[in-house]
Design a protein around this ligand. Structure first.
Ligand code: ADP
Length: 257
């Protein structure tokens, strides 16, 4: 899948942060096409900062970030929920249509094909019945579904998700994550997922980056998603086990191993 083109993004000894404030340093990482990378760490550790850097919204403070040359990727981005309050009243279908701006072209009217794509994305996200509703009137979970539909509508080659299932019940969470997994598995799309939901992360991602105390460790999920490492990152015992062939995770309780 990657061919000879090299990774989509490569970090070499990179530090990122804001002005004089270094949030993360020593990042060495390659993100090949078709990866499914999870990013996990306590609040304020730098997960969103890292996503902004991958998206090219934040220049590195030190080191090198190389991006694959050539045409620009189609990117779908679900930002954190607190960044999503629109200033203007917008309907759900308008917000999802925004995910097609690049395809429609600036200052042009959407055509039938675009409205059809919006309909399919709304349906896939389970909110077709909310298409005409005002986004502001929705519950948190419904707003997030709308954002997921917006990120997915343009058939992104790189999908960047910052807590995409917060405020969702288990059914909502599973339906969104299955949609993302399908995009990854069937189309070989690249996915970056930040989530506090460790049970979601360990079920779906293939590689994992653990962020804490300004450091960044990354590797295959089996190597990184261990009781020892997670307990170290969160500062409380975290146990990793298996039920019915699936990884499970338990926070607290006696012992960290
Ligand atoms: P996380 O996503 O892991 O919760 P963030 O990446 O949002 O963490 O934040 C990492 C650190 O960077 C925090 O200490 C936060 O206060 C700081 N930070 C985030 N955004 C900015 C900004 N625009 N300017 C200065 N500092 C910021």
């Amino acid at each position: 899948m990657t061919g000879d083109l090299g990774p989509l993004v490569r970090y070499e000894g990179v530090s990122i942060g804001y002005g004089a404030r270094v949030v993360l340093s020593g990042i060495d990482l390659a993100i090949p096409e078709g990866s499914f990378l999870g990013i996990v760490g306590p609040n304020g550790s730098g997960k969103t900062t890292f996503l902004k850097s991958v998206l090219g919204l934040l220049p590195p403070l030190a080191g090198r970030i190389e991006r694959r040359a050539g045409r620009r990727l189609r990117v779908g981005y679900v930002p954190q929920r607190q960044m999503l309050d629109p200033i203007y009243p917008l309907r759900v279908r308008d917000i999802v249509l925004m995910g097609l701006y690049r395809e429609i072209g600036m200052l042009r009217w959407p055509r039938r094909v675009h409205h059809e794509k919006v309909g399919s994305a709304l349906e896939a996200a389970g909110i077709l019945d909310l298409a005409g509703e005002n986004y502001r009137d929705l519950t948190g979970g419904q707003q997030l579904r709308t954002q997921n539909a917006r990120a997915l509508v343009g058939d992104p080659e790189l999908l960047v998700l910052d807590e995409p299932t917060n405020d969702m019940d288990l059914v909502g969470e599973k339906s969104i994550m299955d949609l993302v997994a399908e995009l990854h598995d069937r189309k070989g799309r690249t996915v970056l997922l930040v989530s506090h939901m460790l049970h979601v992360v360990c079920r779906y991602v293939r590689e994992l980056a653990l962020i804490s105390g300004g450091t960044f460790v990354c590797g295959p999920i089996d190597e990184i998603f261990t009781s020892e490492r997670l307990s170290g990152v969160y500062g409380i015992p975290v146990r990793v086990g298996e039920v019915g062939g699936q990884r499970v995770v338990l926070a607290g309780g006696p012992g960290g191993g």
